[in-house]
Design a protein around this ligand. Structure first.
Ligand SMILES: O=C1O[C@H](COP(=O)(O)O)[C@@H](O)[C@H](O)[C@H]1O
Length: 215
């Protein structure tokens, strides 16, 4: 699976203590990463490590952070993360893109997902698996991110969006996909599935038919 950072991290607490999950079978990649050392407060790896990975028995070799020795060279950083994906998926898939079982996504209050921001040229990247930006409108400016070809080839993509600050963008994402917000562009190719896990505050303006699901 691949996981995002941000507010999603705390929602993963529900997995702790789950007796059904076979943690030793998991491999964890990062949907996007801020180009900072892995122990920096801004690092998505640091966040997910703190909130989830340090609390469950996932073998450390199954966790795939960016190579922190390459923070000064964004091209090299992306190439090395693509190679990490190639190595992991080499014996499993013949597809042109890695096919994750699950990609967990968040949505920013501006409708961005991963490090794919509104009106950014990366929204139309169709070739690379992992790409960099150095002009993120949200700090820190330098990041690497999965591109849509990777995200949209997953078996399952699941967004988690909570709180009133996500209300407007959830409405636009689901009810006005023609506006092309980054979060609207997540459309897994057949037979992939897309789920949205939202709370009442985030969903208050949404017209899209909902299937309430209580954990
Ligand atoms: O910068 C980022 O933001 C998004 C959304 O974060 P949220 O805190 O508004 O939920 C996150 O999904 C992404 O991984 C992260 O790098």
């Amino acid at each position: 699976m691949a996981v995002s950072g941000g507010s999603l991290a705390k929602q993963l607490h529900g997995l702790l203590g789950n007796k059904v999950v076979r943690w030793d079978k998991w491999h964890v990649f990062f949907v996007d990463e801020r180009v900072v050392p892995l122990d920096n407060e801004d690092s998505n790896y640091h966040l997910i490590q703190t909130e989830l990975l340090s609390k469950v028995p996932i073998p450390s070799q199954n966790v795939h952070p960016i190579d922190a020795d390459l923070l000064d060279d964004l091209d090299e950083l992306c190439d090395s993360y693509e190679k990490e994906l190639i190595t992991e998926f080499a014996n499993r898939e013949t597809a042109r893109f890695p096919v994750f079982d699950l990609i967990l996504l968040g949505m920013g209050p501006d409708g961005h997902t991963a490090s794919l921001f509104p009106n950014h040229e990366l929204l139309t990247e169709s070739d690379r698996w992992v790409a960099w930006i150095d002009d993120s409108p949200k700090d820190p400016p330098a990041r690497i991110t999965f591109t849509y070809p990777v995200i949209n080839h997953a078996h399952k993509c699941a967004f988690v969006a909570t709180g009133v600050e996500k209300q407007e963008m959830l409405h636009v994402t689901l009810d006005q996909p023609e506006q092309g917000l980054p979060s609207s562009r997540v459309r897994p190719v057949q037979p992939g599935l897309l789920y949205w896990f939202v709370d009442d505050a985030a969903a208050a303006k949404t017209e899209y038919p909902q299937t309430p699901f209580k954990l």
